[in-house]
Design a protein around this ligand. Structure first.
Ligand SMILES: [Zn+2]
Length: 442
């Protein structure tokens, strides 16, 4: 029940944010770093590559993150960015204004975004703005912004909507990606490519059919959620395509950024190839692409790969021997599998795993190619927090596995809604030592 309320509250919050004020005023932030902070680093050179490991989060509560050589930037409570030093694991809110109380959109750390990346010494993020100017509401629509690594100098870089609030599929997650100088973003059901800094009129259509406007702004929720990814010279996008029998199937397309060609390269295998799993025949629990091979984990099943050139599908590990269900995150080196499990008959299951998962006290670490390496225990956290109900892996960075510990307690019903009280704790566990560090609590 608990997770359903969280998701419902999140959906309601999203609906309110969308209908009322885009990313306007929000409740006060009360996140606090565990321990004293360090100052974010000065700007540094960076490669304009897509950070694959930062797009693997298995929890809706922490989807927005990117990293530099020195640190990791995460968004908490859907609004505020924190910097985490990779060396000390100390978190600092990305705002150095001495008088700031870090509670609204005047704070430097206020990004309120669904997509964040790092490139050439700057942070980039997508935001939708409605601002009051001379007593009038001015709607700037979806735009890409940049900011310095210390949270200063938020600057609009380019529009990501042809007309403000004109996206006819606005309720799907809009998580643009950046790859080799180009922003890839969906709008009204179509995927576009737009060189960084260029006007949207120069956007190139990559794929998809435009959804004509209606009053719902909903579009087809099953179909048009672009899950974007990139590896080498290829931009990948996973879409949920309708089948002749009325069902939907996760289908992967590849856009060759050199030849500019789009091709379908993969779709979710059938049960006769990989057996049954939580969402048999429809979607995978986690996927990752490296050098033309897709690696995918099936919760309720096993860990597999498919060579995207030959189409050959091979089992990499009998993960069900460790845990029947789970949530996974990948990097070029590792696949970390946490033994959490779905809430069974709870209605949240219809939203899809892993939103409604519970538990998770052991991480099974594999190489990306499926060799079992070791087990890591999260039990000390359960011993410490008696309200801890779920751990969810968020991303892998170097030899650290970051995960979110949900210690939320749901309060009394007020006006028909239950409100969360208590803590989400961002932690990491070191692969070598097994040591758990609590980084940030909100
Ligand atoms: Zn502030």
């Amino acid at each position: 029940m608990k997770q359903r309320k969280r998701v419902f509250a999140a959906l309601l919050a999203a609906a309110l944010a969308f209908t009322l004020a885009g990313c306007g005023q929000e409740p006060a932030a009360n996140a606090s770093p565990t321990g004293s902070g360090t100052n974010p680093p000065a700007a540094q050179a960076g490669e304009e590559i897509f950070q694959k490991n930062m797009h693997q989060s298995a929890t809706m509560d922490l989807k927005v993150c990117c990293e530099t050589e020195d640190g990791i930037y995460v968004e908490t409570e859907g609004a505020f960015i924190y910097f985490i030093s990779k060396e000390t694991k100390k978190a600092t809110i990305l705002c150095g204004k001495p008088e700031c109380r870090h509670e609204d959109n005047t704070c430097n750390a206020w990004f309120c975004c669904q997509s964040l990346w790092y490139s050439n010494g700057k942070l980039y993020y997508r935001n939708a703005d409605k601002v009051i100017e001379n007593g009038q509401v001015v709607d700037d629509g979806d735009r890409l912004y940049s900011a310095n690594l210390d949270g200063t100098d938020h600057t609009a870089v380019q529009r990501l909507e042809f007309t403000p609030s004109g996206d006819t599929n606005a309720f799907v997650t809009k998580r643009p990606i950046f790859h080799k100088g180009v922003t890839y973003f969906p709008c009204s059901g179509v995927l576009y490519a737009l060189p960084l800094g260029e006007d949207i009129e120069k956007a190139e259509k990559i794929w998809g059919e435009e959804i004509p406007p209606d009053d719902s702004h909903m579009g087809n929720l099953n179909r048009l959620d672009y899950d974007l990814f990139a590896d080498g010279d290829t931009v990948y996008f996973m879409v949920n395509l309708p089948q002749s029998d009325g069902t939907y199937k996760d289908t992967l397309y590849a856009y060759d950024t050199v030849s500019k060609e789009v091709s379908q390269v993969w779709e979710v295998p059938n049960a006769d190839t990989v057996g049954t799993w939580e969402t048999t025949g429809v979607s995978v629990s986690q996927w990752y692409v490296l050098d033309g091979v897709i690696y995918f984990y099936l919760s309720g099943g096993d860990y597999w790969k498919t060579d995207l050139k030959t189409g050959e599908t091979v089992k990499l590990a009998d993960t069900h021997e460790k845990t029947q269900y789970g949530s996974a995150v990948c990097s070029d080196t590792y696949m970390a599998l946490l033994n959490d499990h779905p809430q069974g008959s709870d209605a949240i299951a219809s939203f899809g795993s892993p939103w409604g998962n519970t538990g998770g006290d052991t991480i099974y670490l594999y190489s990306l190619t499926g060799e079992f390496i070791k087990e890591l225990s999260l039990q000390p956290l359960y011993d410490k927090y008696d309200t801890l109900s779920h751990c969810a892996p968020t991303f892998l960075s170097g030899d650290d596995i970051y995960f979110l510990a949900d210690c939320t307690v749901w309060g009394a019903y007020v006006g028909g809604m239950s409100h969360p009280e208590g803590d989400m704790v961002l932690c990491c566990i070191n692969i070598e030592s097994g040591e758990i560090t609590e980084i940030l609590t909100w």
